[in-house]
Design a binder for this molecule. Structure first.
Ligand code: ASP
Length: 296
C-alpha cells in the first residue's frame, strides 16, 4: 500500500490514521512517545525540495517506532550529477528499504516512484499537487481541538494555486464533514475556481488556515509593496475578527512573518494551533508509517 494522495485512502484507513495519531499524541504527552513496533525496519527519506517539519517529523516518527532512518543528502548526491529520478529510485529500491518517503518539485513524482519500488511509498509533497500527510495532521489537529470536524467551516486562504496543502485539505476535510472555503489573491487562485474575497471566506469560519505565498513556484513576482500583501490578503486582527469568536488559526509552515499573517496572531496560544500542528505531525506520521509498513 502507498500513500500518494487523499483519494488513495479509504474512509476506514483515514479513521485508523486519525485514531492512531491521537493515541501517539497522547502517548508522547504522557512521556512514552513510542514503542518498538517497527524495530528492524528501514525508512528512506528522499527530499528533493527543502523541508524542516515534514523531514524531521518523518525521521522522528520512524525512530519513535524503533525503525532506522536513512536520509539521502540530495545536494551531495548523484542527483546533482544529473541522475534521473527513476535511476535514483531504482538504486534506492535495490537497497531494500521498508518504506520510501519522497518530496519532489514535480507533480506526480511520488506516483512514478511507487511504480518503480516495491516498498510502500509516502508522498511528502509533490510540486503543487498534494501533501496528504499534512492534510491528515491538519484534520487531526482540528478534530482534537473542536472534538469533531463534521459541521465546521474551514477557510483556507492565500496561495491556493500553488498549495499542495490546500489541494489535499480540500479533498480530505469535506470527506470528514467540514465545509471548506478557498480564497486568495486573484493571481494565486486556480483558474477553475470562483473568486471570493478573503474577508468573505473568513466570515463566521471556525478555522482560518493561512498559506505561504510559494514564491519559488511563481512565474512572475507579485510586485507587492512591503506590507501590502498582509493588508490586502493576510490575516490581520481586523480580518480575524470576522471569524467566529472561538475561531482558531492554522498554518502549515514555514511562515512568512508579516506577510500572510500578523506575528501577534501566529504567536497567540489562545488563537493559534500552529505548534499543535507540528506536534500532531509526528503522531500522524507514526500512524502512517505503522499502517503502511505493517500491512505490506
Ligand atoms: N510546508 C508546506 C509544503 O511543503 C507548506 C509550504 O511550504 O508553504 O507544502
Amino acid at each position: 500500500m502507498d500513500l500518494l494522495s487523499i483519494d488513495s485512502l479509504s474512509d476506514d484507513q483515514i479513521e485508523t490514521i486519525l485514531d492512531e495519531g491521537e493515541r501517539w499524541f497522547e502517548a508522547a504527552r504522557s512521556g512514552s512517545p513510542g514503542d518498538e513496533g517497527l524495530r528492524g525496519k528501514l525508512v528512506f527519506n528522499l527530499f528533493n525540495e527543502n523541508s524542516t517539519r515534514t523531514l524531521m517529523s518523518f525521521a522522528t516518527a520512524a525512530r519513535r517506532l524503533g525503525a532506522g532512518v536513512v536520509t539521502l543528502p540530495v545536494e551531495r548526491s548523484s542527483v546533482k550529477k544529473g541522475e534521473t529520478l527513476e535511476d535514483t529510485v531504482r538504486t534506492l529500491g535495490a537497497m531494500r528499504p521498508d518504506a520510501l518517503v519522497i518530496r519532489h518539485a514535480e507533480n506526480g513524482a511520488a506516483h512514478i516512484v511507487a511504480e518503480i519500488v516495491s516498498c510502500p511509498v509516502i508522498n511528502a509533497g509533490d510540486g503543487t499537487n498534494e501533501h496528504p500527510t499534512q492534510a491528515l495532521l491538519d484534520a487531526l489537529t482540528i478534530r482534537s481541538h473542536f472534538g469533531r470536524i463534521e459541521g465546521l467551516t474551514v477557510a483556507i486562504c492565500g496561495d491556493i494555486r500553488h498549495s499542495r496543502v490546500a489541494h489535499s485539505n480540500a479533498k480530505l476535510l469535506p470527506r470528514l464533514g467540514a465545509t471548506v472555503r478557498l480564497a486568495g489573491p486573484p493571481d494565486l487562485m486556480p483558474e477553475d475556481l470562483p473568486q471570493s474575497s478573503i474577508d468573505e471566506a473568513v466570515e463566521g469560519a471556525d478555522v482560518v488556515m493561512m498559506l505561504r505565498v510559494q514564491r519559488e513556484r511563481l512565474e512572475r513576482e507579485l510586485g507587492d509593496a512591503p506590507g501590502e500583501y498582509l493588508q490586502r490578503y493576510g490575516l490581520t486582527a481586523k480580518r480575524l475578527a470576522r471569524a467566529a469568536s472561538h475561531a482558531m488559526v492554522m498554518h502549515p509552515g514555514p511562515i512568512n512573518r508579516g506577510i500572510e499573517i500578523e506575528d501577534a496572531i501566529a504567536d497567540d496560544p489562545q488563537r493559534s494551533l500552529i505548534m499543535r500542528q507540528v506536534e500532531y505531525g509526528v503522531a500522524v506520521r507514526m500512524a502512517c508509517l505503522d499502517l503502511l509498513i505493517s500491512s505490506s
